[in-house]
Design a protein around this ligand. Structure first.
Ligand SMILES: CC(C)(COP(=O)(O)OP(=O)(O)OC[C@H]1O[C@@H](n2cnc3c(N)ncnc32)[C@H](O)[C@@H]1OP(=O)(O)O)[C@@H](O)C(=O)NCCC(=O)NCCS
Length: 170
């Protein structure tokens, strides 16, 4: 059997990105439109992939790639603590070859587990363009709900309350 086949390879997990991961990540963002939808207006396109660690740095941010053990990165993501117990998820992206397989939810679950472990987070937030349908579907499936007063005509601000919390009043 091929030792690289999914049945014998390590499970998907998060690890700290290295230089090769940032080079790969740069190739997943081919144009300004993808860049702004992935990372917001702060990161200007085009960028130098080797500068991504600095360009993506936010106060208290933690960056990860998703992979099977040390194998090539399949996704990238970040979180930072907004306030005690609340982690903001950001810069979520999958390698183009890894899309369309439901892995967005896996990436988010792994990221939320890291945020819970590192920062004690129990509540999670994120921003997503309203017309980013795969991203929105994945986030809604995970229990994220749009917060109207913090959203605008282009972008939903979404929040996932702690498991078992009462739903927010409309
Ligand atoms: C956003 C992204 C991570 C989503 O990953 P993906 O592999 O494309 O999506 P998945 O295969 O995980 O599917 C996610 C959900 O969207 C649904 N979906 C896929 N394409 C869709 C479409 N065109 N319209 C509506 N729903 C769609 C899937 O059925 C799935 O729903 P489910 O969880 O209810 O089964 C990926 O597209 C990406 O990296 N995009 C570029 C960067 C980006 O936009 N990041 C988002 C920042 S907020």
């Amino acid at each position: 059997m091929d030792s690289r086949s999914p049945s014998s390879s390590p499970p998907l997990g998060l690890r700290t990105p290295d230089a090769a991961d940032y080079a790969a990540l740069g190739a997943w963002v081919p144009d300004a439109e993808t860049c702004i939808r992935w990372s917001g207006p702060k990161l200007k396109f085009p960028f130098m992939p080797e500068q991504l660690p600095q360009l993506l740095a936010e106060p208290g941010s933690h960056s990860f790639v998703m992979s099977r053990g040390p194998a090539e990165a399949l996704g990238f993501c970040q979180f930072w603590e907004r306030e005690a117990g609340v982690a903001h998820l950001a810069r979520i992206i999958l390698a183009p070859a890894a899309r369309g397989q439901g892995l967005a939810a896996t990436l988010c679950r792994l990221l939320m587990a890291q945020a819970a472990q590192i920062a004690g987070a129990h509540t999670f937030t994120l921003r997503v363009y309203r017309d980013n349908h795969p991203a929105l579907a994945a986030y809604e499936g995970l229990g994220f709900v749009a917060v109207p007063e913090q959203s605008d005509e282009r972008i939903f601000f979404m929040r996932k309350p702690p498991a078992g919390a009462a739903p927010a009043k409309a």
